[in-house]
Design a protein around this ligand. Structure first.
Ligand SMILES: [Zn+2]
Length: 347
């Protein structure tokens, strides 16, 4: 037994000294102290020894065990120190990193589009007006001829703000569902004539998928003044469509209901992919809906303190994200909000 213990001590001391890595040392440690390791199995043989032998072997075994543990620890520290010295000596040549391809940043696709549209309408004499994202029901709905509890409110899936701690009645504060709050605010201010626009974010309580998002952009214009007619609406509509889709763009008006306009129109564009022949993108109809618009409802004039007999107005709005998807064949609206580099670099 004594010979066996001495042999283990000798063999393993040599192995520990020769070890060059922490991983190697871990292996040696397990071979000695792990389950079924040499020093784990050995005490099971002690029962065969006489009491005298046990008195001699016990302390020897313990001493060897402690010695080997200590040797492993010392060697572990030596190896750590050596790798640290290696690290300190290592040099990093920054010149080598110049091989990495340099990339130039650019504006987001939606921002480029926004700039293009804003430039066009600034040239037509429009100014930008930013309205709050967190809005009162009054400006998002009520003054736009959508009274409380009116069924037409169901046209918008609204995200309401929890106002329980603000001392505000529930349902009064919300995330605006459209950009139309900008012109209901302007009309209430009484700053007519109005020739304003807004390109900004809106929010709806939507289940997110490839075609729907809870956060999206809208572009809207509003004109209020004397003798504003459907002819102005048609002219501005064509101006915008030609800018977005090219000179050959054609539009048609269809009657459509929106509570804040009368008459209201849905604006279709001749499909730019099949030129009206019918394709997958326009679902075979030759047209696709691009915007909603109309003449501002007389009730909106009254609700904002204006006189509908003195002036008239028009409003025109569309979703730029959807148009960009059509134009560039982008299949998922979520790309607009995610910072996916592959998408950002492509456009
Ligand atoms: Zn088509």
């Amino acid at each position: 037994m004594e010979q066996k213990i001495s042999k283990i001590e000798k063999d393993y001391s040599e192995k520990i000294q020769k070890a060059q890595s922490l991983k190697e040392l871990d292996g040696i440690f397990l071979a000695l102290f792990g389950k079924n390791g040499e020093l784990d199995l050995l005490p099971k043989e002690f029962s065969k020894l006489s009491p005298d032998e046990r008195c001699r072997i016990g302390p020897l075994f313990n001493a060897v065990k402690q010695e080997l543990e200590k040797t492993i620890e010392v060697r572990r520290n030596e190896i750590r120190e050596q790798s640290y010295i290696k690290l300190v000596d290592e040099k990093l040549d920054l010149a080598e990193t110049t091989q990495i391809k340099q990339r130039q940043g650019h504006l987001h696709l939606a921002t480029q589009f926004k700039k293009e549209i804003i430039d066009l309408f600034e040239n037509l004499g429009f100014y930008q007006f930013d309205a709050p994202h967190v809005e009162w029901d009054k400006y998002n709905f009520e003054t736009l001829n959508i009274p409380k509890d009116h069924p037409s409110k169901d046209m918008w899936d609204t995200l309401y703000i929890d106002t329980s701690k603000l001392g505000v009645e529930p349902g009064q504060m919300l995330l605006r569902t459209h950009t139309s709050n900008f012109w209901s605010r302007l009309m209430e201010k009484g700053q007519t004539p109005i020739r304003a626009m807004s390109f900004d974010r809106c929010f709806r309580y939507e289940a997110v998928d490839a075609r729907h998002s809870h956060t999206f952009n809208q572009f809207e214009i509003a004109v209020v003044g004397e003798n504003i007619t459907m002819a102005n609406l048609k002219y501005l509509s064509d101006c915008l469509l030609k800018t977005i889709l090219g000179e050959e763009a054609k539009s048609r008006f269809r009657p459509k209901y929106y509570p804040f306009v009368e008459p209201g129109v849905g604006i279709d564009s001749l499909c730019v992919f099949c030129h009206g022949k019918g394709c997958k993108i326009c679902s075979g109809t030759g047209w696709f809906e691009i915007a909603g618009a109309g003449m501002i409802h007389p009730n909106v004039f009254k609700l904002t303190g204006q006189n509908p007999k003195k002036c008239t107005g028009l409003a025109w709005g569309f979703g730029p994200d959807r148009i960009l998807m059509l134009k560039h064949g982008i299949e998922d609206i979520r790309y607009f909000l995610e910072g996916d580099l592959k998408f950002l670099q492509k456009y």
